[in-house]
Ligand binder design. Structure first.
Ligand code: NIG
Ligand code: FE
Length: 427
């Protein structure tokens, strides 16, 4: 009995749009337009177009018409048309999650308890926990098991409104294990119902055997891992955890330069615990995004001005580790674009629910609901190279679309935190 209920609710949530669909009487059609920019900077992040009392027509998932109900047109053939009544509901472009570590073997709640008892994330890592803990566990699961576990997680994130996801390797830390992770991500790309981007994060931590010989591990990344990964087309981006006790700015420089030679665009972890100059270096290297930035210096802000590199803030990590939140207001005042992502991973952020991230951004970072929504859609799509297809609703696009439950306003979603506000997802 339970199984049937589950299956039915799953079917109702996930609609793959292989048909003609009209959503009518929509309370607010959000972020639909033909001239919406690819990236929103500073004050632009406040603007969020909403068409009230609207309709949206799709054919095989492609937007064929939208507008105000009184102008309902663009549907030539009303046969076999499914009609959804959007009364009281908002229709939105799905969120994009531009930073996750969705493939891993096991959760790490024992470290969570250690932190409650007073240890810091850095202290746990120094005694062999953290990333190295997940790296040890990875060998316990086959590719098939890793795939199944990750697919279940992705389906859960879709039900919360995620319509595209970036996934990193980085729990392998050896040639075979990094390739194993990336092969799982490749299979997820082929089989998941949403778009996925793969990031090679061999430079996530130094394995214990290379603790005193960083050069040897970096050589392994550059000479063994990268050529194999690039040749098999297993990654879109290259990442590096630039942080004290992890990779220095110079080490990151070497790794990203090598990745670029193989056509991988940099997208990096910087300034999670300390300001080391990694932001400036990443911008110089043409990084698409710099992620975390819980710590920020004036030089970092300066480096990001007028760059096509998007700061991506991860408030779920700040919440869970009890570290500072990224200073979104300072970035927005400085006319920077800001993206938000979950950072879903078993150590620092065990939630991939972007509705919750939306709420945290508003409550803890003082982003307005509109700014945070833009950071989760338009700017997040930019941060994962999906601006052409995701983040907004426009004619001819097939981007995933969300229909909310009946809610009084759009701000109600981040306001009523912890609830599920999405009723249907069209992917
Ligand atoms: O983004 N900081 C580096 N990597 C992850 C955490 C990884 C882990 O603890 O397993 C992050 O927070
Ligand atoms: Fe991360």
């Amino acid at each position: 009995m339970n199984l049937i209920v589950l299956l039915l609710s799953k079917l109702a949530l996930f609609d793959s749009c292989m048909k003609k669909l009209l959503i009518k009487n929509i309370k607010g059609l959000v972020q639909a337009g033909e001239d919406i920019p690819m990236i929103l900077r500073g004050v632009e992040m406040k603007s969020l177009p909403i068409i009230e009392n609207a309709f949206l027509a799709l054919e095989d998932g492609e937007v064929i018409s939208y507008g105000k109900m009184e102008d309902l047109s663009g549907i030539d053939d009303w046969r076999e048309l499914e009609i959804i009544d959007g009364e009281g509901r908002f229709v939105l472009p799905a969120f994009c999650d531009a930073h996750t570590h969705t493939v891993f073997a096991r959760s790490r709640e024992e470290e969570f308890v250690d932190r409650i008892n007073g240890l810091s994330y850095e202290e746990i890592a120094l005694k062999g926990g953290g990333i190295l803990n997940s790296a040890r566990r990875l060998s316990e699961l086959s590719e098939e098991e890793l795939f199944n576990a990750a697919m279940q997680r992705i389906n859960r994130f879709i039900s919360y409104g995620t319509g595209a996801i970036e996934i990193k390797s980085g729990y392998g830390l050896s040639v075979d294990a990094e390739i194993k992770m990336l092969r799982v991500i490749q299979r997820l790309k082929n089989e998941a119902p949403i778009s996925i981007k793969a990031t090679f994060l061999g430079a996530h931590a130094f394995p214990t055997e290379f603790k005193n010989d960083h050069t040897a591990y970096i050589d392994l990344i550059i000479n063994e891992m990268l050529p194999k990964i690039a040749e098999a087309g297993l990654a879109d981006f290259i990442d590096c955890f630039c942080e004290r006790n992890y990779f220095s700015v110079d080490e990151m420089d070497r790794i990203l330069q090598a990745g670029k030679k193989h056509g991988l665009v940099p997208k990096v972890h910087v300034n999670q615990f300390s300001v080391m100059g990694g932001v400036k270096k990443a911008v110089e290297l043409g990084a698409l995004s710099v992620d975390h930035l819980e710590e920020i210096g004036e030089d970092d802000i300066h480096a990001l001005k007028n760059a096509d590199c998007i700061p991506t803030l991860l408030p779920g990590c700040s919440h869970f580790l009890g570290i500072p939140y990224g200073n979104a207001r300072l970035m927005i005042e400085n006319e920077l674009p800001v993206a938000l992502a979950s950072d879903f991973n078993p150590g620092s952020t065990p939630s991939g629910n972007l509705q919750f991230i939306w709420s945290l951004a508003c409550v803890k970072m003082k982003m307005t609901p509109e700014e945070a929504f833009n950071a989760l859609t338009i700017n997040a799509a930019f941060a994962m190279g999906l601006s052409e297809t995701h983040g907004r609703i426009a004619l001819g696009r097939r981007s995933p679309i969300l229909i909310t439950k009946e809610i009084p306003s759009l701000a109600y979603i981040p306001y009523a935190f912890g609830d599920q506000h999405i009723e249907r997802i069209l992917v």
